[in-house]
Design a protein around this ligand. Sequence first.
Ligand code: G16
Length: 545
Amino acid sequence: MALLKIKTTPFDDQKMGTAGLRKRTKIYMQENYLENFIQTAFDVRNEDTIESGNSIKSIVLGGDGRSFCKEAVYKSAKILLANGVEKIYMPKDGLIFTPAHSYYTIKLKTDGGFIFSASHNPGGLGGDFGVKVNSGLGGGVLNHISDEISKRTLTIKEYLIEDISDEELLMDSRVEIIDPISDYADYMEELFDFNSIRELIKGGFNAIFDGMNASSGEYLKEIFGNRLGFPEESFQNCIPMEDFGGKHPEPNLIYAKYLYDFQMTEKAVDFACAFDGDGDRNMVLGKGFFINSSDALAILARHIHLIPAYKDGCIGVARTMPTSSACDFVAKELNIESYQTPTGWRYFERLLDSNKINICGEESFGTSSNHIREKDGVWAVLSWLNIIAKTGKSIEELAKDMWNTHGRVFYSQYSYEEIEKDGANKLIDRAFNFDGFVGMKIDEYKVVSHEIFNYKDPVSGEEAKNQGVQFILNDKDGKNVRVFTRLSGTGTVGATLRMYVEKHETDVNKFNIFHTEYLNEVFEIVDRLLKISEFTGRKKADVYN
Ligand code: G16
């Protein structure tokens, strides 16, 4: 078998972001672009593994099925084999959703893997592609590894690849073909009480599962259809497509607005949900009711003891700093710790590994538990269904129970997408460094604190500095408004500015106001505080959740 050493030259734009390296698909398709990145990531991870007395022997490969995914899986397999990897686990069509990737990594005790996905970014040849680099623990690699990978992409000179056809690759004894859908469905059956959900369905409970034409479609049909018994009409957009049928596979109030709108009609079902490109994010909707993922996290933590695999309850919860503080109230109620991490799922991993928490989540429609080391849309939906089946309460009733106990944390995440980098950088630079914020008055609001968020992992000690800026403002009634801002690390064009605001409300008469309406005045104040329109040239955000 010929092993080729291919000379290459570095690309200067392979700096990893929030979750791997995301670029336009056509950039990834350039000669040697993917190859350089895979070789570099392998080298860095392998050297790190050798330092701890081993080397990388087994790898899980697969992705969300977007354009270039299968090609990338096969090409990467050949590179990894040429570099001495002894076992590659991959699906034949290259299609695996992110939660199943993490599951295999842990179950088969592999040394990690690569996920070929740009997650919620649009796909197709005109869209985005991405590679997530995962460790043997089942989630994204730590910062010092991704920083080193980014650095080393600038000096790569050659990569190794086996000169074999795709057919030969599939027959190679070092390659094992996996069947993620049925294995993953089996795992879910171990965690949840499927019988109680079956009873719920028998009682007439109806639902919509929307795969947004991405990787979760077949899992949804298998788990919720074949195994649980939801009828065929419950499934929409469940055929995975390379370009997601033109959809932006980001389940939120903008890109899945059609689902939200449907749930506001008389035809609404009891429960509707949608999933992103690689199946790790989820949005759930009740009949005429939207719930943000910060509240979703808090409610799941509050009731998780009703699910067989978590019968001892929530032992600790974690949220990212931009996520609302709703789960902090629940943590107090349960007398457990609530941790705040930077954006990026990998920050939850050490907390999960060390049993400080078993439930975690974030504002960008991601929730999960210690069953894997990624967020998991199917797990979240099964958790909801299991809790609904056990309590006999709807999403809305569960939410209102929580609000009536703790007050409602009105929250919104809003984003200005693909804005000029220059303006975005100036805005962020001012937000971090201007020292005249505290004491500033805007109408009846007063800034009382301005802080840069630096993080130290309580387990590994690893530090992550400058992860965003937080402002606390006092309004006319003396209530606090929390504002957090940062630049996204998952966009591929220009810059995406993220703003997050929250205000805690205890007046039950206000609980039914739509969150963006409730926060409207605050949005305006924040715009003036951070000079958003001035720096971005935009009057309004592109996405409000
Ligand atoms: C990744 C991270 C999440 C983060 C999201 C958006 O998710 O794992 O923690 O919230 O990106 O990040 P940003 O605000 O930097 O764009 P995914 O689903 O895109 O892999």
